[in-house]
Design a protein around this ligand. Structure first.
Ligand code: NFS
Ligand code: SF4
Length: 655
């Protein structure tokens, strides 16, 4: 790739520098492989290739006689719908299985089988217990923890017909009724996923709308799984509070032993943080100045939020961290670890350590991570990293000098604390009052991945700049938070550079009252992808405070670079909750006008939320802002009318 081409494919200066280096050293990255895949198959791109049975693949050409249907007679809308919801099944299984491991660990703690873990946030345990109906009065903490863990595990496989607990205790009455009426409330996470695979097996469901509703049920299971994952992770490791750190490849320290935690499971990364603290002396004995832990992807977000561990890169640029030549070990757990990292590790001294029995890469070093021996396992890996340090090749060290300050750690509770400094009686009113007064226009939540189909990091940054100008308050999770972190949007630098007058005034007011030493950021980092549940808590609290339904709230979401099945599954529950959701890449839906129409139009009539597909970030910002402003405008009219006639508010969806 020429410099010009590189600049067309990333806006991260550190990534651009490393890509130039990769080019000169002939190391192949995802950027090169994406290019080599062009042009991608149009059947696949539009979702009209069916491989659900091995009579296939069947590729549909609607205008060609005989090829307008699959061999079994499946119409294009059936095929597109089935392909789509199978992504949701994949995403929901990943998120919920992550949640299940966390819940099992809480159970093990309660039963005394996980000596290295403990209940860190007792208050949260009590709050969650009360919410999910576990008796707390006069009981021991571990007894309560055990019942909460069992209650969470029941959500995976209970056999009654009541909706999942972590769904129905975290949403408002209107949504509960909506999910009941549309029959998409899952009664068990595993069942909804297995049933969806059954439903989309050859010769089962051919009705695209029914298939999509099955998909939404699994998507709500995805929400259920991540909601319990967030709760229990907070119980085990603490609920995040504002924390100061840094991001981008410049956080790697040539004088320290650099270890990256990569993947999603905080059970591992958090233990690595504890173990690294204990092994600092050993690192020094090996001649290093200490241990420098950095994060990649969402497990990085987990330890950033709770421990202030700096972020090295997000999904798109994960291979580039290794090319610095100073990454001594990359520890992987599950999800979003590109197998391509191994090839780059082979060019350097970096040891790739896998830890999960469902996520191995040929040639990596495997250390099975078990909850019963967690500290021992984490120490074993860190000792490997210390050994690895001696193998570093000084001539291959190249750290791009870019890093930005980050203020993160904004859990829902931390946000409420922040608002509570201004209005202790009703913290959330600080946000809703600012919207009703027109100081800020509404809220946009950014989530999701990097995708080679876009300019790395650019769409999220562009949209955020545009929304900031228009006084829209912003929160983020996942790899978008990584993009914002690397660009300085998670610090006051972003506020100074981009916030419109209203947004700036609002953030500064929060800041003056916050009692924090650090200035507040332009975008509030709410955590990993499973922490999108925190964002759902935010919009639910806002709607309740205003006495409206979620679909009336001036709140939108954007996944500017959605990539994974998990992102599709998150987007699907977000629209079901009533939130208009922008996606910056075209998912394979275009092959069926009907399915495309359900996602972008019909969903709005039924749920009040819907997808907006727009690949041009400037246009996307325009569309998102318009939706938010329209909802805010309508809300004001309804409020005024209600006040004038002393009536209650009309609960109508956005038209
Ligand atoms: Ni979410 Fe986070 Fe990143 Fe996408 Fe992958 S790490 S769980 S899936 S790529 S945001
Ligand atoms: Fe073809 Fe039908 Fe089999 Fe799909 S399920 S591959 S459309 S025969």
């Amino acid at each position: 790739m020429s410099t010009q081409e590189i600049n067309r494919r990333t806006v991260d200066p550190a990534a651009a520098e490393m890509l130039e280096y990769a080019e000169s050293a002939k190391m192949s990255t995802a950027w090169d492989r994406y290019k080599a895949q062009q042009p991608q198959c149009k059947f696949g791109l539009t979702g009209v290739c069916c491989r659900i049975c091995i009579q296939g693949p069947c590729r549909i050409i609607p205008t060609k006689a005989g090829m307008d249907k699959g061999i079994c007679g499946a119409d294009v809308y059936t095929i597109v719908a089935r392909n789509l919801v199978r992504y949701i099944a994949g995403g929901a299984s990943a998120h919920s299985d992550h949640g299940r491991e966390i819940a099992y660990t809480l159970l093990a703690v309660a039963e005394g089988h996980a000596p290295d873990y403990k209940i860190t946030d007792k208050d949260k345990l009590m709050r969650v217990a009360k919410r999910v109906g576990v008796e707390t009065e006069g009981r021991e903490v571990l007894e309560i923890a055990k019942d909460v863990a069992i209650k969470a595990l029941e959500d995976f496989g209970k056999y009654d017909h009541d909706p999942c607990t972590w769904l129905y205790t975290t949403i408002d009455e209107e949504r509960k009724a909506k999910f009941k009426q549309t029959t998409i409330a899952p009664t068990a996470i595993d069942r909804s996923i297995a049933q969806l695979l059954h439903q989309t097996h050859i010769g089962v469901d051919a009705d695209p709308v029914n298939i999509i509703f099955g998909g939404l049920r699994a998507a709500l299971s995805d929400y259920t799984g991540m909601s319990l994952a967030t709760d229990i992770t907070d119980i085990l490791f603490g609920t995040p509070v504002p924390v100061l750190t840094e991001a981008n490849l410049g956080v790697l320290d040539p004088e320290k032993i650099n270890i990256a935690v990569h993947g999603h499971n905080p059970l591992l990364s958090q233990m690595v943080v504890y173990a690294a603290r204990e092994l600092e002396a050993e690192a020094k004995a090996a001649g290093a100045k200490g241990i420098n832990l950095v994060g990649i992807c969402c497990t990085g977000n987990e330890v950033l939020m709770r421990e202030g561990v700096p972020t090295a890169t997000n999904f798109g640029s994960q291979e580039l961290a290794i090319m610095t030549g100073v990454l001594d070990t990359m520890i992987m757990d599950v999800q979003c670890i590109a197998p391509g990292v191994k090839d780059i590790c082979d060019c350097f001294h970096t040891l790739l350590v896998s830890t999960s029995n469902i996520a191995k890469i040929p040639g990596s070093y495997h250390v099975e991570f078990k909850e019963a021996t967690a500290m021992e396992d984490a120490k074993k890996i860190i000792k490997l990293a210390i050994e690895q340090y001696a193998k570093r090749k000084p001539e291959l060290v190249k750290i791009p000098p870019y890093k930005k300050q980050v203020v993160g750690g904004f859990s829902f509770e931390a946000m409420m604390d922040l608002f509570g400094k201004i209005n202790p009686d009703s913290p959330i009113s600080v946000l809703t009052d600012a919207i009703m007064a027109g100081e800020i226009k509404g809220v946009c939540a950014f989530a999701g991945c990097n995708n080679q189909k876009t300019v790395h990091d650019d769409p999220g940054l562009t949209i955020a700049r545009e929304l900031a100008k228009r006084d829209i308050f912003m929160v983020s999770t996942g790899c978008m938070a990584g993009a914002f972190a690397k660009a300085g949007y998670l610090s006051s630098e972003g506020v100074e550079a981009y916030a419109g007058p209203g947004l700036k005034k609002f953030i500064k007011r929060l800041e003056e009252n916050s009692g924090l030493k650090a200035s507040l950021p332009l975008v509030f980092h709410m955590g990993s992808c499973v922490d999108n549940s925190r964002i759902a808590n935010l919009w639910t609290a806002m709607a309740q405070n205003l006495g409206i339904t979620v679909p009336q709230l001036p709140f939108a979401a954007s996944a500017p670079e959605a990539m994974s099945e998990k992102a599709i599954s998150i987007g699907s529950w977000v629209i079901s909750m009533g939130i208009p959701t922008h996606v910056g890449v075209l998912p394979p839906l275009e092959g069926s006008e009907l399915v495309y129409g359900v996602a972008t139009q019909i969903a709005k009539d039924v749920f009040g939320g819907y997808f907006m597909f727009e690949t041009d970030p400037m246009k996307a910002a325009e569309i998102i802002a318009e939706k938010i402003e329209k909802r805010a405008w309508k809300l004001k009219i309804l409020k005024e009318t209600a006040e004038k006639y002393n009536s209650s508010l009309a609960l109508v969806y956005e038209a």
